[in-house]
Design a protein around this ligand. Structure first.
Ligand SMILES: [Zn+2]
Length: 174
């Protein structure tokens, strides 16, 4: 994990307030790689391996990961943690943003994307969970499904190991 540090460079933020690092512009693949790194870091912490990155004009504003276990949080999913880490942004910034996430967004995260009028979503995979993609498309959001084998394998492994924890995260009863 990147250590917390003071930064005034306007760079991307992690949960600890530190910069994402690297700098420069990223494409969808680069942003998804950052989201995957967040997911893997979360799993290493005993958490649920879902990560996200918020990208505006090729710049990563923030990354995030599911923190249900780590923070005892009901609402910090990959996407919502990422939005929170990005902080309070004006509507015109969200209007140019892409939300990149390792897994198809759940109803809560779909709602957050719609609330802030984020026009584009890149999804690592939707084989292990199919979230609100149809609603996103119906509301005019561009949805790109990468169908990344590594993302799917990561979730399959997690669901096999922690079925109860997974059901809790998606609001299913055991
Ligand atoms: Zn979610």
């Amino acid at each position: 994990m990147i250590a917390a540090m003071e930064t005034d460079d306007g760079g991307a933020r992690t949960h600890d307030g530190g910069p994402v690092g690297g700098g420069g512009h990223v494409g969808d693949a680069g942003a998804l790689a950052l989201a995957v790194a967040e997911a893997r870091a979360g799993r290493a912490e005993g958490g649920i391996p879902i990560g996200a990155a918020l990208v505006v004009d090729g710049e990563v504003l923030a990354v995030g990961r599911n923190r249900r276990v780590q923070d005892g949080s009901a609402i910090r999913h990959g996407e919502t943690d990422c939005l929170e880490n990005a902080g309070r942004l004006p509507a015109r910034v969200y209007a140019r943003a892409t939300m990149v996430t390792t897994l198809s967004p759940c109803d809560m995260c779909t709602g957050a994307i719609l609330l802030y009028n984020i026009p584009r979503v890149v999804i690592g995979e939707n084989r292990t969970f199919y979230g609100g993609e149809d609603l996103l498309r119906a509301r005019g959001v561009e949805v790109v499904v990468v169908d990344d084998a590594g993302c799917a394998a990561m979730m399959r492994e997690f669901i096999a190991e922690e079925p109860g924890l997974w059901n809790e995260d998606i609001g299913e009863q055991d």
